[in-house]
Design a binder for this molecule. Sequence first.
Ligand SMILES: Nc1ncnc2c1ncn2[C@@H]1O[C@H](COP(=O)(O)OP(=O)(O)OP(=O)(O)O)[C@@H](O)[C@H]1O
Length: 262
Amino acid sequence: MNTRTTPPESIRTEPATTADSAVVTVRDITHSYGTLTVLDSVSLTIGAGELVAVVGPNGSGKSTLLRLLTGAQRPTNGTVVHGRSGDESTDTDPTVGYLPQRLHPRDEFGVRETLDYYATLADEGLDPEVVVELVGLDGVPDRRVGALSGGMRRLLGLGIAIVGDPDLVVLDEPTSGLDRTMTRRVFEVCRDVADAGPAVVLASHDLSTVERMADRVVFVDGGCIRFDGPPSAFGGEDCSLVDAYDDWVETGENTTVRGGTR
Ligand SMILES: Nc1ncnc2c1ncn2[C@@H]1O[C@H](COP(=O)(O)OP(=O)(O)OP(=O)(O)O)[C@@H](O)[C@H]1O
């Protein structure tokens, strides 16, 4: 966790997510690795149909937060509840699609074959043929995974995360290693997925694309959520997300926005 000499400033706009639309609710979680506290009293609710970008410096805890959202990793303290009411008693088996930063599908399988395999793991999933096209790998459906470029592997990872038609899609830096066209493509796919109902949460360092495509930005720094709201509110009217972010990370405070709830 970063150490700061000034108290952390945080800004939250009114959450659009209601308990009824909640897909996942994070309540006051703290997470430590040994003596290192990475997240400290973090709360968050994510609703159906939202495209949420988690941003923050390297090592700020984005991947940790994402793993906690999937339910695969348990927080040291606090709760993560899946389901529409955010009620622990209704925390049924969530359907979550997850793309970790490093994914290792079998090299000897083909692209389409890999998606076929992951589709069989879900009760009801999307047609792998459609997913191949959706992620832009329809030109290479039979290419062996071992022969894919780094960018193509990320697209396949995106396909694996969505082929089970989950309620919550969690993607850890899905655009790293992709060129601008493919980056846009990935965000467009995420937009389409979210518009169809599921919540999509992704970590990204591509702030300009986040600004254009995301409904909501969650800025994690110093163990806390420092900002949670629409991208347009991050820098205010006259400042881009990129500039406001750089300023905030450098100075430890948001000097461009003076609204919201602190
Ligand atoms: N399994 C682990 N055991 C010990 N420390 C860990 C573990 N996973 C993460 N950390 C530490 O927790 C901190 C946050 O890591 P995390 O990967 O969540 O950050 P991040 O914001 O996703 O970083 P990046 O942008 O570089 O991917 C780092 O200091 C990291 O070294």
